[in-house]
Design a protein around this ligand. Structure first.
Ligand SMILES: C=C1C[C@]23C[C@@]1(O)CC[C@H]2[C@@]12CC[C@H](O)[C@@](C)(C(=O)O1)[C@H]2[C@@H]3C(=O)O
Ligand SMILES: O=C(O)CCC(=O)C(=O)O
Ligand SMILES: [Fe+2]
Length: 329
């Protein structure tokens, strides 16, 4: 069963419990709960995820070691256009946030090359990264297989096989949000660490240290703060999963605010298919009563559209089918 977390009261006094799913529960109940959370929030927390603490801790330590370096050394990782170190600039279209980050492709060859410019001990860094990526990938695959079962998709491995594909385009991002004292730093009351957006990929696995800041948006546009939990992972539905389910799942809009006292660090694994993979609603999700809402497109086409837009823009609208209007006159 979904274990509701303590009620959170937003400024607009809406009380909401973030769905928490215990991955060790009985499978038929588990897949129903995963599908329900993906439909209702596009977001949930997983407990009993099976990722060894040591794998998370090694990755966290490598991240902390990198961000503690002097700026001149961090810049040696190269700009995050597309992969490397970024500070305040997010993406290519002028978005800004109060953070610094590392953005990396998860291909082991890319990791091995990049590690040389990022870490004093590249082998140790790339081992920590590869172990973390492997664990995050397994977790994503387990979740998409549960979804496939829950939605009665004939081949339960069709989605997880894509994520495991050697040509897969999954990314890893480590965000580092230094504390922002509003009295000292803030001229325009901007405590936005990472602005409102949805993730373009299939699923995101998010870990953070014990410093809060992540918020998710509900259907009615209210922001719900997510209490941090460094022992567990959070799962976010991305745009591609919304398309695959013909809009039954929603890609969750989220943002991260900076803390006034403490440094937040978060690590995201963005699970994506190969660039040449065609994306369209799964046949099981399309019926005469529920026709396809989206046109087919490749992941490369979707990525290109996403990167031509601002962070908060709604890119899925560009790929919607224009259904004929029935004129009643
Ligand atoms: C402003 C942008 C940053 C982003 C690429 C984009 O043009 C729009 C999508 C953004 C996003 C959000 C989720 C991930 O953090 C990210 C890596 C991704 O795949 O899409 C970022 C992109 C980025 O920072 O490069
Ligand atoms: O840092 C966080 O908690 C969220 C970051 C995020 O949404 C992203 O990098 O896409
Ligand atoms: Fe995100």
């Amino acid at each position: 069963m979904v274990v509701p977390s303590p009620m959170i009261r937003t400024k607009k006094t809406k009380a909401v419990g973030i769905p928490t799913i215990d991955l060790s529960m009985e499978r038929s109940e588990l897949r129903e709960q995963v599908v329900k959370a993906c439909e209702e929030y596009g977001f949930f927390k997983v407990v009993n995820h099976g990722v060894p603490k040591e794998v998370i801790t090694r990755m966290e330590e490598e991240g902390a070691e990198f961000f503690a370096k002097p700026t001149s050394e961090k810049l040696q990782a190269g700009p995050a256009t597309p992969f490397g170190y970024g500070c305040r600039n997010i993406g290519p279209n002028g978005d800004m946030g109060n953070l610094e980050y590392l953005l990396l492709h998860t291909n082991p060859v890319c990791i091995s090359e990049r590690s040389k410019t990022i870490a004093n001990n590249p082998t140790k860094f790339s081992c920590a990264l590869n172990d973390y990526i492997g664990a995050a990938k397994e977790l994503v695959c387990e979740i998409v297989e549960l979804v496939a079962e829950g939605l009665w998709v004939p081949d339960k491995f069709s989605l997880s096989n894509l994520i495991k594909d050697v040509q897969g385009d999954s990314l890893l991002r480590i965000n580092h949000y230094p504390p922002l004292n509003p009295k000292i730093n803030d001229n325009n009351n901007n405590n936005i660490g990472f602005g409102e957006h949805s993730d373009p990929q299939i699923l995101t696995i998010l870990w953070s240290n014990d410093v809060g800041g992540l918020q998710i948006s509900t259907h009615d546009g209210l922001w719900i703060p997510v209490p941090p939990d460094p022992n567990e992972f959070f799962v976010m539905v991305g745009d591609v999963f919304q398309v695959l389910t013909n809009g039954r799942f929603r890609s969750v809009r989220h943002r991260a605010l900076t803390n006034t006292m403490k440094t937040r660090m978060s690590m995201m694994y963005f699970a994506a298919p190969p660039l040449n993979w065609w994306i369209e609603p799964l046949p099981k999700m399309v019926t005469a009563q529920n026709p396809s809402v989206y046109k087919p497109f490749t992941w490369a086409q979707y990525k290109k559209a996403a990167y031509s837009l601002k962070l908060g823009d709604s890119r899925l609208d560009l790929f919607k089918v224009q259904h004929q209007q029935h004129d009643s006159s």
